[in-house]
Design a protein around this ligand. Structure first.
Ligand code: UN1
Length: 499
């Protein structure tokens, strides 16, 4: 009914009120007021509402526990059909919801629309995946016996997601969780409540039964309570390494399965034989799409000395020409970062680096002083480092690319591998020996040869090495290792004679 619509009763047509989905009903929260603003124009409100409280959390957990046995017993094709219908709803609303995503998060309109379509593709992938074999059969050393390994849902899964992909990351956690028969409690980043409501709305309209999914928009305190709640069986998280480590520790104390996708400091390595035009386009996209706010963004560049001057000239010219501005305007190539606070933090790190010896700002680096750029805008920035510098190791999560030169392949790979992160890397070359060496040596979860460090297809594993990832990987069949548990069944008839 209209009354149940999560966005009914807005303050003005362009301002939405968000609600929480608890036990199958859309309800207002009782917590503090949250004003969701447009990062390009922070005085413009996108949505308002009140945060969820612990009381909402308890009710949602009780509903998820209650719904679990029925959902787990729902035939796989019925679960898949709901994911498929939700995909259709997302596709049908890709333009308006993609524009809302741009207004709320700041990525450009084509990226916003592309993300809604990507979420639809992910839902469809898991709809199909639900019809795949649900186990394996092994021979037994004992006559008359076989051993089956069957996959069973884990139970109630807590899903904690970041701001930077408000629908795609939630889709790639929620779809496998639901597809494999779990019920879900979802807490998105409070910076993107509207898109969270859209995805939950699509799943409800697609026929998801009451209590199978709850959406709670809340702060980090509520997130902590959710992760540690006694009614939760497993936790999946994407976000910063600092939050992730705390959450992993909490889960460890409770012996609770956890999957965490965290930070990155991903390097693109441009070798001397590389196609420099191609490398420049890919580095530009990897470093500055979504204003560098992807855990897979290219935030480091290692360039081989013989082509360094030529490549850096080519790259900085293209970076300097990037059109930064209103993400909804036609032709904009880079929007703002998520908030003024994030903008200021990144700018402080750039200023600090600029003040240290051995750093050279090749382009960008200075904040805008133009009134039209009063939002959370930062100039796309390239900084060359001549030696060790914190900028080589710290994740800034913004449009800042740090550069170092390398004398040979060995030094290039050492520089790319330096530090605590190991999510993705890219190597630009046609030299087969360099490629095979990079495959062997780079300690990363995702390696691109001649393409940018970002991007993830739904049907292949995604996740990082070192402090970029913890627990089973995401996406593709790897998702099943987390969202389903194996049960080993030794299967034998009785010794009675067959009739
Ligand atoms: C992508 O590169 O398209 O938070 C996906 C992130 C990653 C997903 C990246 N977990 O940015």
């Amino acid at each position: 009914s209209t009354d149940d619509s999560p966005t009914a009763g807005g303050v003005s047509p362009s301002v939405r009120t968000f609600r929480h989905l608890v036990a199958g009903r859309w309800r207002e929260g009782d917590g503090a007021e949250l004003v969701d603003v447009n990062p390009a124009r922070p005085r413009e409100t996108v949505a308002v509402g009140r945060l969820a409280t612990e009381h909402d959390l308890d009710r949602a957990v009780a509903a998820a526990r209650d719904a679990f046995p029925r959902w787990a017993a729902t035939p796989h094709h019925a679960r898949g059909a709901i994911l498929d219908r939700a995909a259709g709803i997302l596709d049908a609303h890709a333009e308006p919801w993609g524009e809302e995503l741009s207004r709320e998060e700041g990525k450009t309109r084509p990226e916003g629309i592309g993300e809604v379509r990507r979420a639809a593709e992910i839902l469809r992938y898991y709809a199909a995946e639900s019809s795949r074999p649900v186990g394996e059969v092994f021979a037994s050393p004992r006559p008359g016996e076989q051993i089956q390994v069957v996959h069973r849902p884990v139970g109630v899964v807590a899903v904690v997601t970041p701001f930077n992909f408000p629908v795609a990351i939630p889709a790639w956690k929620i779809a496998p969780a639901l597809g494999y028969g779990n019920t879900v409690l979802w807490k998105p980043a409070s910076a993107v409540p509207l898109l969270a409501v859209r995805l939950a709305e699509a799943l409800v309209q697609a026929g998801l039964p009451e209590g199978v999914l709850s959406l709670l928009i809340g702060d980090g305190v509520l997130g902590g309570r959710l992760v540690g709640h006694r009614g939760v069986d497993a936790v999946t998280f994407t976000g910063s390494t600092s939050v992730g480590r705390g959450l992993i520790a909490d889960c460890g104390r409770l012996a609770r399965p956890v999957q965490a996708e965290m930070g990155g400091k991903n390097a693109a390595v441009v070798l001397a034989d590389a196609d420099l035009e191609l490398a420049a386009s890919e580095v530009l996209a990897g470093a500055f799409r979504s204003a560098g706010q992807k855990c897979t963004a290219t935030s480091r560049l290692v360039v081989a000395e013989p082509v360094a001057d030529e490549f850096l000239t080519l790259l900085t010219k293209r970076v300097g020409a990037l059109r930064v501005g209103d993400p909804l305007a036609e032709g904009t190539e880079m929007g703002p970062v998520i908030s003024l606070q994030a903008r200021d933090g990144i700018q402080r790190a750039v200023d600090a680096a600029a003040g240290r010896p051995g750093t050279d700002i090749l382009t960008g680096g200075r904040p805008y002083d133009d009134d039209r750029m009063a939002g959370a805008f930062l100039p796309p920035t390239v900084i060359e480092l001549t030696g060790q510098d914190p900028l080589w190791r710290e994740e800034l999560f913004g449009p800042v690319l740090a550069v170092r030169r390398a004398a040979d392949l060995n030094e290039a790979l050492n520089l790319a591998d330096d530090g605590d992160f190991g999510l993705s890397a890219a190597v630009f070359t046609d030299d087969l020996r360099a490629v095979t060496t990079a495959v062997e040596r780079l300690d990363v979860g995702v390696l691109h040869i001649n393409s940018e460090t970002a991007g993830a297809d739904p049907h292949v594993p995604f996740g990082g090495a070192k402090q970029s990832g913890y627990g089973p990987k995401e996406q593709g069949r790897a998702a099943r290792d987390f969202f389903a548990r194996t049960k080993t069944v030794y299967l034998r008839g009785s010794s009675r004679q067959a009739q």
